[in-house]
Design a protein around this ligand. Sequence first.
Ligand code: AMP
Ligand code: MG
Length: 331
Amino acid sequence: MIELSNPKVQIALSAVRQAAVLMRQIQQETIGSSLTKGDKSPVTVADFTSQAIIARMLSQAFPDIPLVAEETSTALREPDGAAILSNVTKYVNQVFPDANAETVCEWIDFGGAEPGEQFWVLDPIDGTKGFLRGDQYAVALALVEDGVAQIGVLGCPNLREAAILDKEGPGSIVLAVRGEGTWSTSMAEDDDNWKQLNVSARSDASRARLLRSFESGHTNVSKIDQLGDWLGVQVDPVRMDSQAKYAVLAAGGGEVIIRLLSPDRPDYREKIWDQAAGSIVLEEAGGKLTDLAGVPLDFTQGRLLKNNRGVLATNGLLHEKILEGLVVVGA
Ligand code: AMP
Ligand code: MG
């Protein structure tokens, strides 16, 4: 089992767990009304709340380790942002009763650092569209050193045992530490029933479960279908949002994650907070991760994976075969 007494592991785990529990509450409390009004504010509230809580905990424990996080407080400080800021403060107060509007903004902006030799990287809510739809999303935090993730934590409120899509259960926390494996437990605060995760042993391409974005605009659906045909896949691809896909792959609930470039955004480059936590979660469970050309992901290039195109993540066994298929279908 992972050495949980390591302060970085302990704080990262506790921060993601507390944020994820609150995210589930916000999703449940706000989603119905917002969807009918077409109002995206609950997402904004959730994003900011998650980032404020995690940034506060990291900045207090590790003031010298920079945090690269997706959000900034700019919109909250404008007159139009006042209502959202007061909502965010209300939720943050559930964890930190001493928080006020000003400290909430300061904590959020602790996440405005640039990547360096050592940094935390946070997506406070990965899979925003899934969050709004009532589907999958993840709170994703990693510690990167010299371009390699050393700690990764995923809070996945709508997964059971990291592998199964389940909106009613307690949710899953997935934790990986370089050299110590990938482990998962329930999101419930007192649950320390850790189980080690291992990728699936399926090597037969016809039975490969392909995990892909729910949002067709984030990938290339017709090329995924062509790849599936070339591989002779007999099972339907699984559409789901966020790095929760990496938890499922690490837990053996699928064999392949594929992020092809959308035909509308052929120059898209992945953001580091969309991949860092997932990368170590998968690798420590025995999986393999590269871009679509088989090149390892390079986290030394700032906020974007400038040297990579798309992502291919597999249980390892199917990796070469799929790289070959990608060349054939021209993806
Ligand atoms: P997913 O839930 O797998 O669809 O991934 C969600 C992430 O996709 C978001 O956090 C965005 O940063 C990212 N994203 C946004 N636009 C694109 C795009 N055109 N291609 C690939 N990823 C995108
Ligand atoms: Mg994201």
